[in-house]
Ligand binder design. Structure first.
Ligand code: NAP
Length: 337
């Protein structure tokens, strides 16, 4: 069922992007306790049918699996030109160990592999996944710029970059999107990064929009996670913080219900969309996880409500913590998985 989607222009793309993008990290399975390909394809098709046209992915999501699943889903859907594929480069893996690598040679190697897996001949938004401190940023930027000039990619993105890193990068190549963690509970970018990207008209693709499911409203103290699920290592899902976050959600849920008749999930995603030139990346791996989509659209949070939300957060969360635990290691160190 098609819903009326809010859209935003990401220059220089020829089509507008939906303000909600589908996140596919969990579809890759790695760090999410495994995947179900049939359900994943159904989820991608359901997202497209709902008016979502931006799909965010990365080679490392399932070591190529998420991209391959997206390639199959898009072939099934058709209309490639109506879809914005945002994928990434800059994370290498060998024998189950991952590390950052943004050398020009690595970027060249990765783009060709991504194009094959995604069954396409161009990437709409190509992003450096994490800054690699062992490679001069200028070399990485030049490699991305060359891909843009060649038409293999249509826009350049960076992810997990600081202002200083973006300032160096734009001396060599344009940045069209920035992808940081951003949700009600992870707001580090508000200090410097968001003001910088807003000033430079760089669109923010806000990742972990639901704080890895915490803001979905389905979590409770007894919730457990299976296998290699990343939330086992997430400090927000551990006592005493977990209790704090859950009681915040309880109050936010009450406020959202009383004020708008909406669930916390809708409030959380709406909040991101009302913070600037932002697109919320909503991770889903089952079609029904997107059922709340319509509740996010067609309304806004006003200043008074923003302040009320602020006071609920301040009241409960005494020791906020970010998403730094997600950072992959630099070479030559390796992350055991
Ligand atoms: P998220 O969007 O904050 O949360 C996704 C999880 O929330 C889902 O996998 C699902 O978990 C749960 N969920 C989703 N909809 C739900 C619903 N309606 N009801 C109940 N639970 C629901 O997490 P994320 O995947 O970390 O972030 C979104 C996307 O951002 C990623 O997929 C990826 O594309 C991107 N990302 C990028 C980076 C980066 O470094 N650039 C890092 C992280 C994420 P369960 O299926 O377990 O219930």
């Amino acid at each position: 069922m098609q819903v009326l989607m809010e859209t935003m222009q990401i220059n220089p793309l020829p089509i507008k992007a939906s303000r909600i993008g589908l996140g596919t990290w969990a579809i890759g399975g790695f760090m999410w306790g495994g995947t179900d390909e049939a359900a994943s394809i159904k989820t991608i098709i359901a997202a497209l049918e709902s008016g979502i046209n931006l799909i965010d992915t990365a080679p490392v999501y399932g070591f190529g699996l998420a991209e391959s699943i997206i390639g199959k889903a898009i072939t099934q859907w058709g209309n490639r030109e109506t879809i914005i594929i945002a994928t990434k480069a800059g994370i290498d893996w060998e024998q189950g160990k991952i590390t950052r690598n943004s050398t020009p040679a690595q970027i060249r190697k990765e783009i060709d592999a991504s194009l094959v897996r995604l069954k396409t001949d161009y990437i709409d938004i190509y992003q450096i996944h994490w800054p690699d401190h062992t490679v001069p940023l200028e070399e990485t930027a030049e490699a991305m710029h060359a891909l843009l000039r060649e038409g293999k990619i249509r826009a350049i993105g960076v992810s997990n970059f600081s202002v200083e890193q973006m300032e160096r990068f734009i001396q060599i190549a344009p940045i069209h999107t920035s992808q940081p963690p951003y949700n009600l509970f992870e707001r580090d970018i508000e200090k410097n990064i968001l003001p910088f990207t807003e000033k430079h008209q760089i669109v923010t693709l806000a990742y972990s929009a639901l704080c890895r499911g915490l803001l979905s409203g389905r979590m409770h103290l007894e919730t457990t996670f299976n296998g290699d699920d990343v939330r086992k290592a997430d400090p927000k899902f551990r006592s005493p913080r977990f209790d704090e976050y859950l009681s915040t959600i309880e109050d936010l849920q009450l406020f959202s219900q009383q004020r708008y008749g909406k669930k916390i999930l809708a409030l959380a995603v709406r909040w991101i969309l009302d913070r600037g030139r932002t697109i919320a990346l909503w991770g889903a791996r089952k079609p029904q996880q997107l059922h709340g989509l319509q509740d996010v659209l067609g309304w806004n949070l006003n200043m008074t409500d923003m302040q009320k939300i602020e006071s609920i957060l301040l009241e409960h969360i005494k020791d906020p913590i970010g998403a730094d635990f997600l950072a992959p290691p630099q070479r030559p160190a390796f992350m055991e998985i």
